[in-house]
Ligand binder design. Structure first.
Ligand SMILES: NC(=O)c1ccc[n+]([C@@H]2O[C@H](COP(=O)([O-])OP(=O)(O)OC[C@H]3O[C@@H](n4cnc5c(N)ncnc54)[C@H](O)[C@@H]3O)[C@@H](O)[C@H]2O)c1
Length: 284
């Protein structure tokens, strides 16, 4: 995309973390914002921040795992701003755990937000973007967990691998139909945000029955919190990289260069038909 001033961006999970940082970065370019999030208080605070700064903003409480809510988000965005030029399918949650111990509710919650959220975003907004006959760009937030398979993160990795391949397929599908609508996939490693605390937005009907957590689970949660909080690249830096990638129409957005060694190891494991390397362990 080359023009940003006066254009409209829809950002899911826009009330905090990476989504909020992307919203601030787009706003600096004069972009009008549609912020969608399930967490009402954070959404309200964020919308007030942009309104006070003079950025045209529409805040929509929306659970991206629900098709009808994402369709309503599109309709409200069009009613307010007339068109949508950027869509950041960014809302996400991150349950951990061993694949066979995770509950059906864990799977449904994570795949509902991380995978169906993106699917609903594409189904709702891509036809609109194609019909506008104007520049448009979709950024799907995956993760390096979409390119690696570390232990204890089965559900999250399944969801993010799905987002990577879905976005690659989207790229090819768009290429045959439009030279104006593009897509990118964002694959960050750890960034200090609220992602380790995503249970805060878990719907009541998908919560697990209360029980004592095992020491292993507590240790895994503590390790995730520590890894997220000590991430060296900030949400603002990720947002800058995303903005540049949209402007330069780059597909893969890898924000943490050091992780590429682990990605290469996994790729080579596949090509050489080796037993998978645990790339989360320090190399000897
Ligand atoms: N922070 C990291 O280390 C990291 C690394 C790689 C990828 N990611 C991905 O980045 C994205 C943004 O996460 P973040 O790190 O900013 O975490 P965050 O928790 O700060 O932000 C996520 C946002 O998504 C919203 N959300 C959750 N469920 C929702 C739903 N059903 N519908 C709409 N909104 C919902 C939350 O309310 C929150 O505002 C996620 O997709 C996450 O998987 C994060």
């Amino acid at each position: 995309m080359k023009r940003f001033e006066g254009r409209t961006a829809v950002i899911t999970g826009g009330a905090s973390g990476l989504g909020l940082a992307m919203a601030r970065r787009f706003a600096r370019e004069g972009v009008q914002l549609v912020l969608a999030d399930v967490q009402a208080d954070a959404l309200e605070r964020t919308a007030a921040e942009f309104a006070a700064a003079g950025t045209p903003v529409l805040a929509v409480r929306c659970d991206v795992s629900r098709a009808e809510e994402v369709e309503r988000l599109r309709d409200e965005a069009v009613a307010r701003f007339g068109a949508v030029h950027s869509l950041c399918n960014n809302a996400g949650v991150a349950p951990g755990g061993l694949a066979w111990e995770s509950t059906v509710a864990d799977w449904e919650w994570c795949l509902g937000v991380n995978v169906y959220g993106v699917i609903h975003g594409l189904r709702s907004f891509v036809p609109l973007m194609l019909s506008q006959d104007d520049e448009a760009h979709i950024v799907n937030t995956a993760s390096v967990a979409g390119l690696l398979s570390p232990p204890g993160m089965g559900i999250y990795c399944v969801s993010k691998h799905a987002v990577v391949t879905l976005t690659e397929c989207l790229h090819h599908d768009l290429a045959g139909r439009s030279d104006k609508v593009r897509a990118s996939v964002l694959c960050p490693a750890y960034v200090p945000t609220g992602i380790h605390d995503s249970e805060r937005n878990r719907p009541e009907e998908l919560r697990n029955a209360a029980r004592e957590k095992s020491e292993e689970e507590l240790a895994r949660e503590a390790a995730l919190r520590h890894a997220v909080q000590s991430g060296r690249i900030s949400a603002e830096q990720v947002a800058d990289t995303v903005f540049e990638a949209v402007r330069e129409e780059r597909f893969y957005i890898l924000t943490h260069q050091k992780i590429k060694g682990a990605i290469e190891t996994r790729m080579m494991d596949i090509l050489l038909e080796r037993t998978p390397t645990d790339t989360s362990r320090p190399r000897k």
